[in-house]
Design a binder for this molecule. Structure first.
Ligand SMILES: Cc1cc2nc3c(=O)[nH]c(=O)nc-3n(C[C@H](O)[C@H](O)[C@H](O)COP(=O)(O)OP(=O)(O)OC[C@H]3O[C@@H](n4cnc5c(N)ncnc54)[C@H](O)[C@@H]3O)c2cc1C
Length: 221
């Protein structure tokens, strides 16, 4: 997309690690990662504050000992508190938060609604990014401007290129950007490519963990 290389366009990984400076944010991709990233943009960096807000919202008690010493889930450094109105999450098709567990998706999406985050579904096309604006073709085919001092991309994850040329423990020569696999292969260390590196299409830590356990069983001498 034109403008994708501009400095105010970052990946979700960068956004979650470094925070996003003040201003409006367009989040491209409204799956599980997009919904979590949007929440990150509008929630307090303080674990205790988030717990108190959660308790008040759902009218439940959160025991102090579950909160007080909990390490900060994410670094507070670089986090900017902004109102939901400053954040727009965009998605081409499907439900917002699709892929999050059936018992928690409505909570995750609900917290965005409560915060007033704009959610635009049915995006036909992402047209271009300009300083301050993301241009899209909306579900009615209209060219529409979305306020975006910053753009966070939560889409287009790809599995490791290693997988293209790999069967367990063997990596084809010349696989570019293959991460650890070539080094392990060269050193004669048994390995398996699992989890997100093997298949990045869905957010599924259960599958990643299960594949890792299977790999350990298979590879252990
Ligand atoms: C915002 C967000 C929300 C998510 N929510 C959910 C959810 O609610 N439910 C769910 O099931 N899944 C969720 N996921 C997906 C889940 O996190 C992944 O499916 C899972 O973490 C994949 O596990 P993995 O071990 O393959 O990769 P990772 O968890 O990414 O682990 C890979 C590890 O390898 C390390 N590493 C990478 N390269 C090297 C190297 N060269 N040398 C040494 N170490 C290296 C990395 O630092 C990292 O620690 C979410 C993901 C994101 C980003």
């Amino acid at each position: 997309m034109p403008g994708a290389e501009l400095p105010h366009v970052v990946s979700y990984e960068d956004a979650l690690r470094d925070g996003v400076p003040p201003g409006t944010v367009a989040v491209i991709g409204g799956g599980g990662i997009g919904v979590d990233t949007a929440a990150f943009l509008v929630e307090s960096p303080d674990e205790a504050v988030r717990a108190a807000e959660f308790a008040a919202r759902w009218d439940v008690t959160v025991a102090d000992d579950l909160v007080g010493d909990v390490p900060q889930r994410l670094p507070a450094v670089g986090r900017t508190l902004r109102t939901g109105a400053d954040v727009t999450v965009l998605r081409r098709s499907g439900k917002f938060g699709q892929g999050i567990g059936i018992t928690s998706r409505w909570v995750a999406v609900g917290r965005l609604r409560d915060a007033g985050v704009r959610m635009i579904g049915g995006v036909q096309e992402y047209l271009r990014i300009e300083p301050g604006t993301l241009w899209i073709r909306d579900e009615d085919g209209r060219e529409t401007a979305v306020p975006a001092d910053h753009v966070v991309v939560c889409a287009g994850q790809e599995r490791s290129p290693a997988v293209e040329g790999v069967t367990e423990g063997v990596v084809a020569e010349g696989v570019a950007g293959a991460g650890l696999a070539p080094g392990l292969a060269a050193a004669g260390v048994p390995y398996a490519v699992v989890g997100g590196a093997r298949d990045a299409r869905s957010v599924d830590a259960v599958r990643a963990t299960s594949e890792a356990i299977d790999a350990v069983r298979t590879l252990a001498p």
